[in-house]
Design a protein. Sequence first.
Length: 327
Amino acid sequence: MTNTPDAARILDVATGYMASKQLFEASRIGLFAAVADGADTVSAIAERCGVSERIARILADAMAAKGLLTRADGVYGVAPDAAAYLTGADSAIDLAPFLTFLGEISYPHWLQFSHTVDTTEPGDLQMDDARWATFMAGVMTYNALHAQEFGRLVDLAGAAKALDFGGLSAGFALAVMAQNPELHTTFVYAPGFEGGIAEAIEEAGVADRAVVEVGDTATATPQGEYDAVFANHVIHRFSAEENAQIFRNLRAAARTGATLTVLDFFLDDDAEPRGIDALHAGEYLVIDGTVVYPESEVRGWLTDAGWQVREKIALPASPRVLVATAV
């Protein structure tokens, strides 16, 4: 008889949606905050969260099995990562709005993925004002996590004049400005974004170091001699031809030696593909038809535009960043 591999990995992937749904519901009923506040037994969780003891046990055990809670002698505790992101107002970043988006918008939308596989077309979001509010709250919460990791891991010390171009959130530039008090940033965003960007700048207390301008991302030609340029969460929203032109326009606005950051998910050619990027390739397509591009294609656009990639940084639980130099 030959040795047959076990099927654990297959079953772990196949039943992943069960863990997802239980995480969404645990977040919705406030389970993590309850445990953090001392409701650390099944009966206490049930009373605090307003669910039956049967549900409290199922959810608490499932979250403990996934490492988000601890369990010893029937008493639960909150793991450090869950404490940082799942305990509501006490969180470093409260990911609840993102989990709500996943549970109410993304998860049911994936039920249309068979249609997407057969047609390479997105599903029908059937959006109304309430669903758009859930969508944007979730996306911007996830962006806040990206911005935190970007500010922590991308070193732009010494930059004095930055261009934040066409993204979805001011948080990335603001995270860098917090680390570099000498940095002045010009924000060039598509029409309709300027109000939110200005508000974020005011809240961050850096209005004296920021300018907000409006321009169509695909065609705008920003002017200046910038030494740092951010093109974060841009490329998945545009065609290959538009992205190639965007990088040419950004190179024209940068001095030689300037640093460009391109934050997005990428399909890589590494020996072990990074799972979160490949999963988001499906997410972006089924949700609205936007594109997670192959990294090799993005590098080609950059090279043709006069940028040389010098580093790739994987942000934990977030996209990756291609860091390039203007040559």
